[in-house]
Write a new protein. Structure first.
Lengths: 143, 166
């Protein structure tokens, strides 16, 4: 298999997996776009190429240091783009990305508004080695 | 059964996924081949007879409005062919799961593919002429079977239509 990067999902505790909860709440169109973005990032060697707009490191606010995001959009009616972000921890040397949570963008603001603060809280818990990381798989396992 | 295959059972999902992959994989390939060949966007633009802005947009997976004409020009700039085929979803899954950047590093141009074959052809022709196996005035053409290692002798009399494996 030709995967260069590996994706994981973060499970902070027994109550569940925030990125999974976010994914399940999306329409199939959003899910498909997200999966296609992940599938192409998996086989893309250089994520720091400025032409690659599907990935970015959050650098503007110090409280979000250490967070990165997978970026994609879905075209709606009248070709209006709705932008989405799946936030996580990117480790270039390990060639891995751990998903923490996701959100929709409304202009420059995240929806829900505290999504990035929640991501920062999850990152802190991950770095304190609480919870578990599982191989990325947001497919239903129950039933 | 792969995870993606289960998801594709939803028609709306598979339509969206296939469209997204179609739009994303051409920019992915354009960027990967250029990188593997050590070309700048400006160099590719010159070879493809387009502007650098066109290359920049062609490498943007979010642009999504690439025309077949532009794809054809970029292919020409790389001395490669581009094909777009309708395929069953099983092939999309295989493509999505097995594609690597490495295969683009090894993708030969037409000239690179042609050069060793031409040398081989010349030695065959010389060999046949030397022994007279082809007969007087006969032409030796590589047809579509050439790529499979088969040669057709064209001419009159003995040997007409004969295929010679090389």
């Amino acid at each position: 298999m030709g995967k260069i990067w590996q994706f994981f999902d973060y499970y902070p505790d027994e109550s569940g997996c925030p990125i999974r909860d976010w994914y399940k709440a999306q329409t199939v169109e959003v899910q498909a776009r997200f999966d296609a973005t992940v599938d192409t990032l998996e086989i893309t060697e250089d994520w720091e190429n400025p032409q690659l707009r599907s990935f970015g490191v959050l650098e503007r606010k110090p409280e979000h240091a250490g967070l990165s995001q997978v970026k994609f959009y879905v075209l709606g009616k009248n070709a209006k783009k709705t932008h989405y972000r799946a936030v996580g921890r990117w480790r270039k040397e390990a060639k891995e990305f751990i998903f923490l949570t996701g959100f929709k963008k409304d202009g420059r603001s995240p929806v829900p508004p505290n999504a990035l603060d929640e991501a920062a809280r999850l990152l802190k818990a991950l770095e304190e080695q609480r919870g578990e990381i599982h191989e990325h798989n947001l497919e239903e396992t129950e039933g | 059964m792969s995870t993606i295959w289960k998801k594709l059972k939803d028609k709306r999902y598979r339509e969206e996924y296939a469209t997204a992959m179609l739009k994303r994989m051409i920019p992915y390939q354009t960027r990967a081949i250029r990188k593997k060949r050590g070309m700048s966007q400006a160099e590719l633009a010159e070879a493809a007879k387009v502007t650098q802005g066109v290359i920049s947009r062609a490498e943007d997976p979010d642009y999504g409005n690439l025309t077949l004409t532009t794809i054809g020009k970029i292919a020409a700039g790389y001395d490669l062919a581009a094909i777009i085929r309708f395929v069953p979803f099983s092939e999309l899954v295989r493509y999505s799961e097995n594609t690597t950047e490495q295969e683009f590093a090894e993708m030969p141009t037409f000239v690179q593919q042609e050069t060793p074959k031409q040398k081989k052809n010349e030695s065959i022709i010389h060999g046949l002429q030397g022994t007279g196996n082809a007969g007087n005035g006969r032409e030796i053409d590589e047809d579509v079977f050439g790529s499979l290692g088969l040669w057709a002798l064209k001419g009159q009399g003995q040997g007409e239509g004969m295929e010679m494996p090389i």
